[in-house]
Ligand binder design. Structure first.
Ligand code: CTP
Length: 404
């Protein structure tokens, strides 16, 4: 594979030589790009000798050693011919440039022209790392789907102790290899995911909703995208940014969610219904705000359309994954919903335990399949569980096809 190694201007730049070696070892081609500041810490010659290639040190012919138009558009050529960009050390300045799309040197210009996976290994002073500006930039880069390795805690070159040290070259190289060998087993699939709660208005200012944060559904959308699928995410109101490369359709109510799901039904090959849809709503919402009186208030609610059950009836050959949020009888309830809603796989999760389920970053679920298999998945980050759910779903598809 062809890897671009971008080196920023920080004391950790010397560790990039080890990283270059670790990347060359499994047989990758490594093209090094150094910023002006990086060259104050290490000489380009070190990397040229290691990689056996000219190191790119600037935008213009006088800096790159060339004198043709070819060198003036070299950033585009490098961007289109490379499989992965890793930047180590990723300084606060580089993170800011990448986050905001500034392109004032070769590395930041190449970054904008590059469409493949990006791995960043930040390194900087602790206060710079913790600064709200850097943290905001980090969030932007993470939302863009970039892989962030480190920084580690420890004593820094400036004498401070805290987060900011660049991860060891072996760890960064391992992350690069993991990204390069990531599964693309959902390539060609069109995955429709629903996420978050719905809000059912009682009047123009009040609504009924639930504690769903949308994190599980967003993780499922992100995982499908990372594995090569085209993904549409129908999302209820949540406080999460859109996952990189995913089309997000924002809805509020169960009725709106149903419309958005049915509009994509023909398109989808896999449907994952992780949303916590409200079961009841006020069929006719008053136009004006309800006024408080001294009397007891009772409101009559009607059931919302059961989107999953409807999709289950109309799914044809599509794979359908449902969810069940339970506080008791998890497997029995999951089984009941699997059958009654026509799912191929049902993900049951307990929502009455500390640290898992609603609002948490972790989850602990039990999968019940239409072939009768029950697979408990132990507590793990939701993004990891999302991958396990797709693993099981793809296995299940093979079993279903074999049985036909
Ligand atoms: N679901 C749906 N439409 C609804 C209610 C639920 O599509 N109106 C879907 C959810 O997205 C989820 C599954 O049905 O995939 C199960 O949701 P859950 O709330 O656990 O089940 P309910 O059918 O609402 O049953 P109950 O609340 O009685 O447990």
């Amino acid at each position: 594979m062809k890897i671009v190694l971008g080196i920023g201007g920080g004391i950790a730049a010397y560790k990039a030589a080890e990283l270059a070696r670790a990347l060359l070892e499994p047989g990758h081609e490594v093209q090094v790009i150094m910023t002006q500041a990086a060259q104050e810490f290490v000489r380009p010659l070190t990397f040229a000798a290691l990689t056996g290639r000219k190191v790119i040190t600037g935008m213009f012919p006088a800096q790159t050693g060339g004198d043709t138009l070819a060198s003036a558009v070299e950033h585009i050529a490098v961007a289109t011919s490379s499989d992965l960009l890793v930047v180590a050390p990723a300084t606060a300045d580089l993170m800011a440039k990448f986050a905001h799309g500034l392109a004032d040197d070769f590395l930041s210009t190449l970054y904008l022209a590059f469409t493949g996976p990006v791995v960043l290994a930040p390194a900087m002073n602790t206060n710079m790392w913790r600064h709200a500006a850097t943290q905001r930039n980090l969030e932007t880069l993470q939302q863009r789907g970039h892989h962030i390795v480190g920084p580690e805690e420890g004593e820094l070159a400036c004498g401070m102790v805290g987060p900011g040290r660049m991860s060891e070259p072996e760890k960064i190289a391992a992350a690069v290899c993991a990204v390069l060998s990531a599964r693309r087993d959902l390539e060609g699939e069109t995955v429709l995911v629903t996420a978050g709660p719905t809000q059912e208005p009682l009047d123009p200012v009040r609504f009924i909703s639930n504690r769903s944060s949308g994190k599980m559904g967003y993780a499922l959308a992100e995982a499908a995208r990372a594995r090569g699928a085209e993904v549409v995410l129908v999302s209820g109101p949540v406080a999460l940014g859109p996952p990189a490369g995913v089309k997000v359709v924002r809805v509020r109510t169960a009725v709106e969610m149903r419309e958005a799901v049915l509009a994509h039904l023909e398109w989808a090959s896999i449907i994952v219904k992780a949303a916590a849809v409200a079961d009841y709503h006020l069929a006719r919402v008053p136009e004006h705000k309800m006024k408080k009186t001294a009397a007891r208030l009772s409101v009559e609610l009607d059931p919302t359309p059961d989107i999953l059950a409807e999709v289950g009836r109309r799914k044809g050959g599509r794979l359908l994954v449902g969810f069940a949020a339970e506080t008791q009888d998890l497997v029995a309830e999951a089984r009941r919903k699997l059958v009654s809603k026509g799912c191929d796989l049902l993900v049951g999760n307990r929502v009455d335990r500390e640290g898992v389920g609603f609002e948490s970053d972790d989850n602990e679920v039990t999968l019940v399949s239409c072939t009768g298999e029950v697979t408990p998945l132990p507590r793990a980050p939701k993004r990891e569980l999302a991958d396990r759910i797709y693993d099981e779903l793809l296995k299940l598809r093979l079993t279903i096809h074999a049985a036909r």
